[in-house]
Design a binder for this molecule. Structure first.
Ligand code: Z5A
Length: 215
């Protein structure tokens, strides 16, 4: 009899500046490990040699910034390679994928933030991803004023982090609009203390792992 291995689950982490995705990632890694789940941890833009090169070009404040169109195509170029080289092979082999940012970030930053036409993003999404969508998205939601302050205290700001407050307010609006339209989102109140954020993550992720949510 041929043994068929079921596909892994695709989990993404999203949120505005300084919302605490990176801080929470280690905690999520511990939960998946404790659950005995084989997984791959990755990020966007990035996750492959090509993606990491594009990430550097996207985040640098050196030189002429990319046009809105160039920026959009760069995030999707990185994503196409990421899906081809890392995400699809991992899921097909039964591993779960934990990805720091994915296409919701494109809708939030390039769509709502930069004002790029959402229907064009949808066309690129279909071309690059076919039917691939995350199974669970944890959205870390935080007032951008607080998030920028946190990011400022952490390290020198990159090109995105140097945008004005109104940009991050539009990004937040974009994320919340997307979360309102899909069951795969869990919105985490990232203004809470880290221990409370972790408790929220544990509740959602445990339910997801046990199949109580999303099947
Ligand atoms: N981008 C895009 O435009 N389009 C796309 O399609 C994609 C991405 C995929 C890089 O992403 C940039 O790429 C991103 C959007 C763009 N814009 N920027 N900037 P990134 O994920 O690498 O970068 P990021 O958003 O800046 O993530 P980050 O800096 O890693 O932030 P974070 O992970 O959400 O925050 P953190 O590092 O975990 O926490 C920030 C600080 O706050 C840190 O000192 C923590 O100790 C502290 N912290 C965290 N949680 C708490 C709580 N609960 N209380 C108090 N303090 C806290």
């Amino acid at each position: 009899m041929i043994e068929t291995r079921s596909e892994g689950k695709f989990i993404t982490l999203e949120g505005g500046e300084g919302a605490g995705k990176s801080t929470s990632r280690e905690y999520i890694v511990d939960l998946l490990t404790a659950g005995g789940i084989p997984f791959v941890e990755t990020r966007e833009p990035g996750g492959t040699a090509l993606g990491e090169s594009l990430r550097s070009l996207l985040l640098t404040k050196d030189g002429t910034p990319p046009s809105v169109e160039a920026e959009l195509l760069m995030v999707f170029a990185a994503r196409a390679q990421h899906l081809h080289e890392v995400i699809e092979p991992a899921l097909a082999s039964g591993k779960w994928v934990l990805c720091d940012r994915f296409t919701d970030a494109t809708y939030a930053y390039q769509g709502y933030g930069r004002g790029f036409d959402l229907s064009t993003i949808e066309v690129l999404e279909r071309m690059v991803q076919k039917d691939r969508q995350p199974d669970l998205t944890l959205l870390f939601d935080l007032d951008p004023k607080v998030g920028i302050e946190r990011a400022r205290n952490r390290a020198e700001l990159d090109r995105f982090e140097s945008e004005e407050l109104a940009f991050f307010e539009r990004v937040r609006e974009g994320y919340l609009a997307r979360a309102g339209c899909s069951e795969r989102f869990v919105v985490i109140n990232a203004a809470q203390a880290i221990t409370e954020v972790q408790a929220s993550i544990r509740t959602s992720l445990t339910a997801f792992i046990e199949g109580r949510k999303h099947g």
